[in-house]
Design a protein around this ligand. Structure first.
Ligand code: PHE
Length: 393
């Protein structure tokens, strides 16, 4: 179901063996929510801006209109993601061709902004990932990236020390004192952000993490309605990222977070498809007065249970469950599908063929749907599968 040669934002791209961008995604390219006034994603973005503008004592430059079409070099190489790293996989990304893809994270812009001599900035944008289909995953979502660099002069202590080897808490290039100071500054800043969003008495904890572009790396988790929820990833930027960004005389921190995840918790939005129902959502958010703890989103009432369809077929060579979700999404342009489960995988002992069985639940984000409303979608999915060489069972 992918596109062939394509023109995006006035530039032509040639298809090749990596092309897997779909018409559904192209039609929504640039249909980002972080710039629609009173959209919950825009509200969270502004709330984060407000925190950095008023509580940190310094000015963060803001970028929120950078082109989501990026090079493989920007998305992966520039931030040191190894050539064989799983995150590059075709099953997880929308490739336009082998050199170009839709950004999978806003970290794709770190180096390009550093090269423009930006040293303290926030970068917000729509990001694109192939994934499962359920109430918390949508192939387009929004991230906020933050970067702050420090010169030796600003930090007031030596940044560099040749340590020969990196340790768990420090890269080989930097002095331990400098890392401690920057890490401390990072943690104070992000704890401030979490309190700003979730309230002063929020319960949170720091966890060790791994990212190819930061070391050491951390994650902050917030205790919310009975669960520990990962809110953001961050860390001391890898020195090589600064070198790539022509900022080799500095040290810095970076963080990245998903705006839908925050908005879903802060406004009690239980279905990610609602962010794409602007007509209903914008109406309610007109009355948002800046107080998360007072405002609650009134969820649409959906009395009908989801309509269920099972579909089993022998998969074509190299078929991945993400391919099924993309076929479904491409047909289901109004988001009637609430979630899909891969309920059975079976390999035939004689033919060596593999069969997948998917159970698709249909229910709109705003209203229930009946069998007759969605039957045509199931039929269309079957037709595309047959066309792609799947042996329907
Ligand atoms: N880019 C990471 C992600 O998408 C988040 C991140 C950004 C982590 C910056 C560390 C520093 O998951």
């Amino acid at each position: 179901c992918h596109i062939r040669n394509v023109s995006l934002f006035g530039k032509d791209y040639k298809e090749d063996h990596m092309t897997n961008l779909t018409p559904r995604i192209i039609n929504n390219l640039g249909n980002h929510k972080h710039r629609i006034p009173n959209h919950p994603i825009e509200i969270i973005k502004n709330e984060i801006y407000k925190f950095f503008d008023s509580k940190t004592g310094i000015t963060f430059a803001k970028f929120e209109d950078l082109n989501p079409v990026v090079t493989v070099e920007q998305n992966f190489d520039s931030v040191l993601i190894p050539k064989d790293h799983v995150s590059r996989d075709k099953k997880d990304n929308y490739y336009i061709n082998e050199d170009t893809l839709l950004r999978a994270h806003t970290s794709a812009h770190q180096v390009e902004l550093l090269r423009k001599k930006e040293s303290t900035f926030l970068c917000c944008g729509d990001v694109y990932r192939r994934d499962t289909m359920d109430r918390s995953h949508y192939p387009i979502f929004h991230q906020m990236e933050g970067v702050r660099l420090f010169s030796e002069e600003e930090l007031g202590i030596p940044l560099f020390q040749d340590r020969k080897q990196r340790t768990e808490s420090c890269q080989e290039h930097y002095s331990l004192e400098a890392v401690e100071k920057v890490e401390n500054e990072l943690k104070i800043t992000l704890e401030g952000l979490v309190k700003h969003l979730f309230g002063e008495d929020v319960q949170y904890r720091w966890m060790d993490e791994y990212f190819p572009f930061t070391h050491p790396s951390f994650e902050i988790e917030v205790f919310y309605e009975g669960d520990w929820l990962e809110i953001l990833g961050c860390g001391i930027m890898e020195y090589q990222v600064l070198v790539n960004g022509c900022s080799e005389d500095k040290i810095g921190w970076a963080f990245g977070l998903g705006l839908e995840r925050l908005a879903m918790r802060l406004f009690d939005i239980n279905d990610i498809r609602l962010f794409w129902k602007s007509e209903v959502v914008l109406d309610q958010f007109q009355s948002f007065n800046g107080d998360f703890r007072q405002f609650k989103f009134v969820l649409p009432e959906r009395k009908i249970e989801p309509a269920k369809f099972d579909l089993a077929f022998w998969i074509p060579d190299g078929f991945h469950d993400h391919d099924f979700y993309d076929i479904a999404r491409n047909i289901d342009v109004d988001d009637a599908i609430e979630n899909v489960e891969l309920i059975d995988v079976f390999s035939h002992p004689k033919t060596g063929k593999t069969s997948h069985c998917y159970r698709t639940y249909y229910r709109g984000a705003l209203k229930g749907l009946q069998f007759k409303d969605v039957e045509h979608i199931d039929t269309a999915i079957r037709a595309v599968l047959a066309e792609q060489g799947a042996g329907l069972r």
